[in-house]
Design a protein around this ligand. Structure first.
Ligand code: OAD
Length: 249
């Protein structure tokens, strides 16, 4: 067994070879990859949607109703992420990029893939570290948690978090890049996502329909997790082991 003790060495070895041989690899990540950094997931025990109602905090209507409450919640999450560090799972994906051509498509808004050193992860749901004007749509990057209500440096109107809320479309360019990445992939590696939020979850099926092998790293069988090679363990332990094996000559 690998020292992670969740998956047999034989299975890990086979998957590592498959990763290494893939001429194009696309990695779709969700909140589970950041769990070991102390960033809460959304579903499951300790998940954000167990403690908070998405309708009160993560919809355009919630923001119109109570921007102070919504900003307080996002500032709290920004604070959590600012105090967190990328974990061994994020770092393994940086190492993997040195071995093969890959694209990371993430549903996470925490920016931890980029902080670990991954080049240009596609952020499907936006970022906690961007804000957007509700009037002129100007966007800007921020590097520390927001205090109070932020206003646009261009026009003075209220700014909102630069994330995708329920009922909103994904950023068109990011979604197109993601579709292209899964369509061209020989392997789609799905890490730490429940696979139930659309349209992000549909990317796995697009990849599969185009012939990609789907491999999943998740300690639990995810509802969206059919027809895939499952590595049932935490990303922070399984990914480093996988990359170590893939790096062997
Ligand atoms: P979820 O919270 O729905 O799912 C997290 C997944 O990570 C679950 O399948 C867990 O089993 C798995 N997991 C937990 N710990 C793990 C670990 N150490 N290693 C690997 N996997 C682990 O999070 P997402 O699927 O990312 O959207 O959620 C998708 C979207 O729903 C989010 O982007 C967010 C949310 O509402 C928006 O805010 C638009």
């Amino acid at each position: 067994m690998c020292h992670a003790d969740f998956v047999s060495d034989e299975k890990l070895g086979l998957v590592a070879n498959r990763l290494k041989r893939a001429s194009r690899l696309t990695i779709l990540t969700g909140a589970g990859v950041s769990a070991a950094s102390g960033v809460p997931t959304f579903r499951g025990s300790g998940g954000l949607w167990r403690q908070f109602r998405a309708e009160d905090l993560a919809t355009p209507e919630a923001f119109s109703r109570d921007p102070v409450l919504v900003w307080e919640w996002y500032a709290w999450r920004q604070g959590l992420v600012a105090a967190a560090e990328p974990n061994a799972g994020h770092r393994a994906l940086v190492d993997l990029e040195r071995l093969t051509t890959l694209t990371i498509v993430t549903q996470n808004v925490d920016g931890l893939h980029a902080r670990a050193g991954s080049s240009e992860p596609i952020e499907l749901h936006g970022s906690l570290w961007r804000v957007r004007c509700t009037k002129c749509s100007a966007e800007r990057a921020i590097d520390s948690p927001i205090q109070g209500l932020p206003t646009c440096p261009e026009c003075g109107a209220l700014e909102r978090p630069g994330v995708v809320w329920f009922g909103e479309s994904l950023p068109e360019e990011s979604f197109e890049l993601a579709i292209d990445a899964v369509s061209r992939a020989q392997v789609v590696l799905v890490v730490g996502t429940s696979g139930i939020v659309q349209p992000a979850a549909s990317l796995v099926e697009i990849g599969r329909a185009r012939g990609a092998t789907v491999i999943e790293v998740n300690p639990e069988a995810s509802p969206g997790g059919r027809n895939r090679i499952a590595l049932a363990g935490p990303a922070g332990e399984v990914l480093p082991e996988l990359v170590r094996l893939a790096a062997r000559p």
